[in-house]
Write a protein that binds this ligand. Structure first.
Ligand SMILES: NC(=O)C1=CN([C@@H]2O[C@H](COP(=O)(O)OP(=O)(O)OC[C@H]3O[C@@H](n4cnc5c(N)ncnc54)[C@H](OP(=O)(O)O)[C@@H]3O)[C@@H](O)[C@H]2O)[C@@H](O)CC1
Ligand SMILES: Nc1ncnc2c1ncn2[C@@H]1O[C@H](COP(=O)(O)OP(=O)(O)O)[C@@H](O)[C@H]1O
Ligand SMILES: [Mg+2]
Length: 296
């Protein structure tokens, strides 16, 4: 496993943790101008979904669409095509073995989400490398799930050009940072954040998720164990993709709003559901966002 020093270089100064509050939703989720079209709300490309983990990319794309991405395209295994179109006909499909089409779509996307259900075989490694090599300055990259495991296993660094957001759970973070779970205290994280390389936002998922950015550390104080269901992080990755694709004024705030909305919807559902199905959150997003926009 790579030592964490391999990944971190940029100077970050984080002083204290502040609570992420509901204000962030009202700051970010605003009424859309009438004179606008789908191209204004983000071209989001999601890459993932091996035969084994097809559900992950379906949930992420459902969330991207539910969160309001103008155009959502999914690069995945052909085995997922029928299910994708049956679940989310709004999504476009590309076969992830078609390198030319993958590269063409990476280039024309505003946001690229890579990792949900990607798996870690050689094809997946090649896809991560291709995305990292092709991403440009004005694009936003969300790195999640298997893509983070691939980075750790192959000693890859986050790319320099795109605005880059990583969304590891604690084990993915352990693989990537070299810091074992028991040592993932705030102090340890501050130490590594001081030196983080090429990363703009780190969403460290857990009970009370932490969001690190330059000079800022916020903590989510809502949500609970009713969210401990496979796919919950995949839906978060798609939600972040949809939010950063359309709410363009401030990328960090868009990420924070996505993290808050994802858990707030879950918390509301938990009043009448013992566990919350991740795909229900994806489908609840448009209604929830309308309520925020109308201050209800
Ligand atoms: N329906 C689908 O298609 C789904 C597809 N998925 C896709 O599968 C891919 C692999 O992702 P993954 O997260 O399932 O596996 P991995 O990265 O090996 O981590 C699990 C290991 O880490 C440990 N662990 C410790 N702390 C932890 C924590 N806080 N949170 C979580 N885990 C924690 C944990 O410990 P244990 O459970 O053994 O105690 C275990 O040893 C990825 O692409 C993802 O998108 C999933 O989304 C599920 C639904
Ligand atoms: N006990 C819990 N309390 C609050 N949030 C939780 C809890 N368990 C899981 N979550 C949330 O669910 C998501 C799980 O992400 P992840 O492990 O990547 O899921 P998956 O890869 O299965 O989609 C994260 O947003 C995490 O914060
Ligand atoms: Mg995950």
């Amino acid at each position: 496993m790579a030592g964490y020093k391999h990944y971190f270089k940029k100077n970050w100064r984080i002083t204290m943790v502040s609570e992420l509050k509901s204000d962030i939703l009202h700051e970010v989720i605003l009424r859309r101008p009438d004179q606008s079209h789908k191209g204004d709300y983000g071209r989001v490309l999601l890459i993932g979904g091996s035969v084994q983990f097809g559900g992950a990319i379906l949930m992420a794309s459902q969330a991207s669409i539910g969160a309001g991405a103008g155009l959502t395209t999914v690069a995945t295994d052909r085995a997922n095509l029928t299910a994708l179109h049956a679940r989310t006909p709004e999504a476009m499909f590309i076969d992830w073995q078609d390198s030319d089409q993958v590269v063409e779509n990476i280039k024309k996307s505003d946001v690229i989400v890579i990792g949900p259900g990607l798996g870690t075989d050689q094809q997946a490694v090649d896809l991560v490398k291709r995305v990292f090599a092709t991403g440009t300055q004005d694009q936003i990259l969300v790195v999640d799930g298997s893509a983070l495991t691939i980075m750790a296993e192959n000693h890859l660094m986050f790319p320099r050009k795109p605005y880059t957001i990583a969304t590891p759970h604690q084990m993915e973070w352990a693989r990537l940072s070299g810091i074992q779970l028991n040592y993932q205290t705030e102090h340890q994280l501050n130490e590594v954040q001081r030196q983080i390389l090429n990363l703009d936002v780190l969403v460290l998922k857990q009970h009370h998720t932490l969001i690190y950015a330059q000079n800022e550390l916020r903590q989510l104080m809502i949500g609970g164990a009713y969210q401990a269901t496979g796919g919950m992080g995949d839906v978060l990755a798609g939600t972040i993709g949809g939010f950063v694709g359309q709410f363009k004024n401030n990328h960090l705030k868009a990420v924070e709003a996505a993290v808050y909305a994802h858990s707030m919807i879950a918390q509301e559902m938990a009043s009448h559901s013992y566990v919350v199905k991740p795909s229900f959150i994806a489908d609840a997003l448009p209604n929830y966002m309308a309520r925020i926009q109308s201050n209800l």
